[in-house]
Ligand binder design. Structure first.
Ligand code: NAI
Ligand code: 15L
Length: 273
């Protein structure tokens, strides 16, 4: 892709948005950073634009003048349907409509492993499998992946639909030995997504080179992305904390882990009824 003049980062006040804000300055002349939460002061190469993804007109203004989008904004865990509907369902539609209106050609969409959370942990997924979400949050990511695919077919907008595993400074539990993605590998994937001449609209599993991974990115080898990190350095510690996982526990049997046992929450309720 030609040089990016203005790259929009949504969710820029969140965990991964802050990592992207720090690590992607070299990728574009200007980073436009956006969130519903406080973004702090902008740096010289940044434009700070607060925005609620549920506000269609505001999203239209947000995307104007951008030529790439890293979409991290939205509800990032399982919870009541109201906020998920606004940010992850309506918000993604608003974002792609704005991308179409303003001629944005490439998007990094932060999908999630929870789009396929009910696949078993003894399966290896390569992006050709059917979605099998483990909750409302996962379902909203399936929606986002499908909107991305629709806007690829109808309008030629390229999207990397990245089913991120667990992107944290280090693997926090035994499951993350299989799902962990280092921040360095996340940043290098985003860079590849915006540098390759042709992207298309692939599913990519966002994980480091973990030997116990459940995912195979062979179908997107053409991207030339090679994760550098692995969770192995934490194996002994995480296994010692959880030495004997129950093989019948759904949180162990299915890739989504604890998400598969969480309640389905009412619109604004707490999921207890
Ligand atoms: P986060 O929760 O720290 O950040 C999400 C940001 O979105 C927050 O700053 C929040 O204020 C913002 N947001 C929420 N509702 C909004 C709305 N209506 N309008 C505008 N902004 C809104 O999440 P994190 O960990 O940084 O994840 C970033 C993205 O990556 C999320 O979309 C998440 O679903 C996805 N992801 C993250 C994984 C991880 O391991 N961190 C794993 C899989 C997916
Ligand atoms: C996600 O989708 C969440 O955004 C993140 O907070 C973690 O829960 C991650 O999945 C995971 O599965 O570890």
């Amino acid at each position: 892709m030609a040089r990016i003049e203005r790259l929009l980062i949504t969710g820029a006040a969140g965990g991964l948005g802050r990592v992207a804000r720090e690590g992607l300055g070299h990728l574009a002349a200007t980073l436009r950073v956006s969130d519903i939460a406080d973004l702090g002061p902008g740096k010289p190469h940044e434009e700070v634009m607060p925005c609620d993804l549920g506000d269609e007109a505001a999203v239209m203004d947000l995307v104007a003048g951008c030529d790439g989008i890293v979409h991290f904004g939205g509800v990032s865990i399982e919870g009541p349907f109201g906020p998920i509907l606004r940010a992850n369902v309506e918000g993604v539609y608003h974002l792609y409509e704005a991308a179409r209106a303003h001629g944005v050609k490439r998007v990094f969409f932060a999908s999630s492993n929870h789009a396929v959370g009910f696949h078993p942990t003894d399966a290896v997924l390569d992006g050709t499998e059917a979605p099998d979400c483990d909750g409302l949050y996962g379902a909203s990511k399936v929606w986002g992946e499908q909107i991305a695919r629709l806007y690829w077919h109808k309008f030629g907008i390229e999207t990397a639909r990245v089913r991120i595993g667990s992107a944290f400074p280090e693997p926090k539990d035994r499951r993350m030995l299989s799902t962990w993605m280092s921040h360095r590998d996340l940043l290098s994937l985003i860079e590849r997504v915006f540098r390759v001449p042709w992207l298309g609209c692939p599913v990519i599993y966002g994980a480091s080179a973990n030997p116990s991974s459940w995912w195979d990115n062979g179908k997107v080898a053409y991207l030339g992305w090679k994760p550098q990190d692995t969770s192995e350095a934490w194996r002994a510690a995480r296994e010692a904390e959880d030495p004997d996982p129950d093989p019948d526990d759904p949180a162990h049997r299915f890739q989504g882990g604890r998400f598969v046992t969480m309640p389905v929450c009412r619109v604004d309720g707490d999921g207890t009824d």
